[in-house]
Structure formats: structure tokens, C-alpha cells
Design a binder for this molecule. Sequence first.
Ligand SMILES: Cc1cc2nc3c(=O)[nH]c(=O)nc-3n(C[C@H](O)[C@H](O)[C@H](O)COP(=O)(O)O)c2cc1C
Length: 216
Amino acid sequence: MDISTAIRTNGSVRGFTADPVADATVAAVLDDARFAPSGGNRQPWRVAVVKDQAIRRTMADLMLPVWREYVGANATGVTAFAFGKSIDATPIDAPNALVENIHDIPLVLAIAADLHHIALMDGNLDRPPVTAGASIYPFCWNLLLSARAHGLGGVMTTFLSRAEPAVAPALGLPAGHALAAVIFLGVPVHQPTKLSRKPVESFTTIDRFDGPAFAG
Ligand SMILES: Cc1cc2nc3c(=O)[nH]c(=O)nc-3n(C[C@H](O)[C@H](O)[C@H](O)COP(=O)(O)O)c2cc1C
């Protein structure tokens, strides 16, 4: 598959067959993912392949309240947890098969970033910093692209990061590390290939962000 097709068709997979994922495949996927860029090439990623069912259960128990809070806030029409928005919505008890069935997910990866090795370029500004993520999420996305190449599918999630202090002891998250994502992987029941994305002209302008639309 060419790179453009891979990028354009790597949709989220949340339903997996019972096929296990061999450690050798996990190793191969991680071996691809490590070629991601990072600030200063400091490669701040750490990965926990979470096999222990008790740890998975702890993760799920901490994810579910965040999920319900998220769905409740979204139901009011605001983007949940968005910058500048306060949350006063009632959590909604929505189902989440991914989290509820965490024991059956073939592969659960916790991805952490060592903050001692990331330059917080925008850490001094009066808004939440985002540039740190640029040293860890390309790794996560490489991982998902490589997974596709190995016949796997999956989804990156961040809801456990909201409960990072609570889950840190179970995961042995070192001090000064951020829980960047939890990635679920397995053999897809169905591989989505038609992704819904906004067109280029809806987000691209000339010279300035308030400039005329870039039509290409
Ligand atoms: C930063 C980030 C956080 C996400 N968090 C979650 C999540 O907590 N739960 C989930 O099911 N999907 C999560 N996703 C997957 C998105 O829902 C998905 O990428 C988006 O809806 C596009 O869907 P598609 O890939 O099927 O086209 C996340 C994706 C990203 C990039």
C-alpha cells in the first residue's frame, strides 16, 4: 500500500477478532514506530504492553467515569474539556464497548512521554501547552500506521490521561512522565476505509490565519 492510501484509510478500529497478537508482531510494530521524529531526536517515548488483567481493569475503571463526563459535556453542545470551557454537565451513562471489554482486547499499549526530555517551547504561555505532544504523537501515529501494515487496526485514546495521577501507581508511571495515550490494537472485525474529514479549503488560508482561503 502506498503512503498516501495508508494515511487516507487508517480509520479507527474498536472491534477486534479473538486472534491474539504475537509479541513478535508487537515488537515489529514498535520497531517501526521508533523512527518517528521528536524534538532534538530525544525520543521521549516509553511503552507498557499491558497484559495483566488486574491492571487493565484498573485502567478501565478509571476510564469509564471520564468517558461518561465526556459524553455528558458533548451532549450539551460544547466540546468536552476544551480550553476556556467549564464543565457543569451531568455525566451520561453511555456504553463504551472498548473499555467495558478491555479484558478481551488483544493488545493494550500505554504510551508515556518523559517530560525531562521534551522542550516545552510554549510552556511559558498563558494557555495550555501543545508542542510537547509533537514529540510523542508522531510515534503513536507511526505505531498505528505500522499496525495497519501488519494486518492490525486500532485506536488511540486519551481519556485515561485525565485520570493520570490515579492510574500512575498501577502502571508504574515514573515521576515527570505524562501518560500520553492508551492504544488498543488487534485484528479488525471491519477495517474502515472511507474517513470523514473536512476539505483543505476549510482550514487553509493564505499568509495569515484570517487570510483568504487557499484553494490549491
Ligand atoms: C488525541 C486523540 C484522542 C482520542 N481519544 C479517543 C478516545 O478516548 N476514545 C475513542 O474511542 N477514540 C478516541 N480517539 C479516536 C477518534 O475518535 C478518531 O480518530 C476520530 O473520531 C476519527 O475517526 P476515524 O478515525 O474513524 O475516521 C482519539 C483520537 C485522538 C487523535
